[in-house]
Design a protein around this ligand. Structure first.
Ligand SMILES: CC(C)(COP(=O)(O)OP(=O)(O)OC[C@H]1O[C@@H](n2cnc3c(N)ncnc32)[C@H](O)[C@@H]1OP(=O)(O)O)[C@@H](O)C(=O)NCCC(=O)NCCS
Length: 171
């Protein structure tokens, strides 16, 4: 069985191999809050990343909930010359969980050609700043145990094991 470090290096090498050499500098990437007028471009962004678990109708409905949130919007996008290349979708919630208000990142993705350039990291850092500006003191994301990429990404930004406990029952 591969250990965590080997798996990490294999993933990084695979990502490097898959992407074309798109040269962008840090200054070319703009990170900003998602606005309602971004809806159409975000539908296209998601379509480019879609796998068999997701249909365009589900993606549209999912996006709507981030475009019209019931708390201040915190979701972020990354763009290069006006094209959306990454997004971190999430919300502020608490009453459903009987907890203080906290930020939740529910999804994060970067287009393959733009990966391994620090864009997901920037998106998460801006998401955390947005939550801080909204008066929220912690931000959370759930990571499956076996998802070493998601865990490495979260740790690289400064996320550590959180205060919520995950319960499950087999169905
Ligand atoms: C996961 C994902 C969002 C990372 O985006 P990215 O812009 O390439 O990530 P970054 O360049 O900002 O990387 C930040 C950190 O994440 C981790 N990471 C990113 N890609 C990785 C990979 N392929 N393998 C292992 N670790 C990885 C590393 O810790 C990296 O820090 P480092 O470069 O200093 O080692 C992107 O690969 C993606 O969209 N994947 C498909 C969607 C997905 O699976 N989303 C959910 C997982 S969070």
């Amino acid at each position: 069985m591969q250990n965590q470090t080997t798996k990490y290096m294999v993933n990084k090498a695979r990502d490097r191999e898959m992407k074309k050499d798109v040269s962008i500098t840090a200054g070319d990437v703009k990170i900003r809050k998602i606005l309602s007028e971004d809806f159409k471009a975000l539908v296209e962004f998601g379509t480019a990343l879609m796998d068999s678990r997701l249909s365009i109708d589900i993606w549209r409905a999912y996006l709507q909930s981030y475009i019209n949130p019931y708390f201040p919007p915190v979701s972020q996008l990354a763009e290069v010359t006006g094209k959306i290349i990454g997004a971190a979708l999430g919300e502020i919630k608490g009453w459903e969980l009987g907890s203080p208000l906290v930020g939740w990142v529910n999804a994060i993705a970067v287009l393959p050609d733009f990966r391994s350039k620090g864009i997901a990291k920037k998106l998460l850092l801006e998401f955390v700043d947005e939550c801080r500006r909204a008066g929220v003191r912690s931000v959370h994301m759930i990571a499956p145990k076996e998802d070493d990429v998601r865990q490495a990404l979260l740790r690289s930004v400064g996320f550590r094991r959180g205060s919520f406990v995950d319960f499950e029952i087999k169905s």
